[in-house]
Write a protein that binds this ligand. Structure first.
Ligand code: AMP
Ligand code: TRP
Length: 327
């Protein structure tokens, strides 16, 4: 069997360059080597309240982003999570494999639950069981994600191993693929927190749909560190974050990037970073606009059919192993 990749992003808010540099960029790079499935995980999105109209629109927009980023529908399978009902079905079963204590330990749950304060939905707690279902349904080998998903990958492996032990070898146990640089792009307004879609301060992130003026303004306002030197240095997280973005978008080696900025000031760094980002996003946004609704619809329905075939086969085996039978 070919080695398989599965990954996804939630259709909540606008995807940003952190999502691109931490995840999508690697999805594109790996798709030729692996059989790849890339999913818009709309069932994960509803673990916190969403506006129905906005959710529907964002679901299609995120699929467009995948295509604009360079995911080739002739090579990879692109689909919407809710189009393959086996995700929800397997999630239920895995909810009966995972323990509450394991779920309560998840840092993403703790963070998001704290933000919701009251009325935390049960789905927010069991989110990792749905994520494990996404991955395990396809007998996935590799899951390219940003650093924030590391713990979710660990629990997915634990769930798979426990199921295999209790019911017999059924699931492949997946590995995470987390890039060395770019796995945690920090917010522009505060280099101690990650760039996030759900941040109230829109100046913290560069979204993939920002126009040139917005990009310039956001970089201009970005926080810097004390001192004047422009080099990669853990003790200077804001400058290191900007240099990492520059390095990833230009493909220039870190040493080259440092040499390039030697003797230059922060204002110059910000202005060149804005230029590079604008030049990267211009063709990206053109590609997003060039995809017709019909084409997108066709790609997603083909993707659904391909994904469903694999998902059905896994589900059949899972039920058989657990003794879940009916008429
Ligand atoms: P999400 O937007 O939470 O659905 O995330 C989609 C993908 O982007 C996941 O693989 C995340 O780990 C990744 N990601 C999210 N935020 C960042 C960030 N600030 N830096 C790098 N990767 C990120
Ligand atoms: N939880 C992931 C995030 O917020 C999204 C996701 C859902 C995912 N299912 C997945 C990522 C399966 C990789 C594999 O970023």
């Amino acid at each position: 069997m070919p080695k398989r990749i599965f990954s996804g992003a939630q259709p909540t808010g606008n995807l940003h360059i952190g999502n691109y540099l931490g995840a999508l960029r690697n999805w594109v790079a790996l798709q030729q080597e692996y059989e790849s499935l890339y999913c818009v995980v709309n069932l994960h999105a509803v673990t916190v309240p969403q506006d129905p109209k906005a959710l529907a629109a964002k679901t299609l927009e995120v699929a467009r982003v995948y295509l604009a980023a360079g995911i080739d529908p002739k090579v990879s399978t692109i689909f919407v999570q809710s189009d393959v009902p086996e995700h929800a079905e397997l999630a239920w079963i895995l909810n009966c494999v995972v323990r509450i204590s394991e779920l309560e330990r998840m840092t993403q749950f703790k963070d998001k639950a704290r933000k919701q304060r009251e009325n935390v939905l049960a789905g927010l707690l069991t989110y990792p069981a749905l994520m494990a279902a996404d991955i395990l349904l396809y007998q996935t080998d590799l899951v390219p994600v940003g650093h924030d998903q590391k713990q979710h990958l660990e629990i997915t492996r634990d769930i798979a191993e426990r199921f295999n032990r209790d019911f017999g070898e059924t699931f492949r146990v997946p590995d995470a693929f987390i890039p060395k640089v770019g796995a945690k792009i920090m917010a522009l307004d505060d280099a101690s927190k990650k760039m996030s879609k759900s941040d109230e301060n829109i100046n913290g992130s560069i979204t993939l749909v920002d126009d040139a003026d917005t990009i310039r303004r956001k970089f201009k306002r970005a926080v810097t560190d004390s001192g004047t030197e422009i080099r990669f240095d853990e003790a200077r997280p804001a400058i290191t974050n900007m240099l990492s973005i520059f390095h990833l978008l230009t493909g220039k080696e870190p040493s080259e990037v440092e040499a390039h900025f030697e003797g230059k000031g922060y204002a110059q760094l910000k202005s060149e970073l804005a230029d590079v980002t604008i030049e990267f996003l211009r063709p990206f946004q053109e590609r997003m606009r060039a995809i017709s609704d019909e084409e997108l619809g066709r790609i997603l329905s083909d993707g659904r059919d391909k994904a469903r075939e694999i998902a059905r086969a896994t589900m059949r085996e899972v039920k058989e192993r657990m003794g879940i039978v009916g008429a």
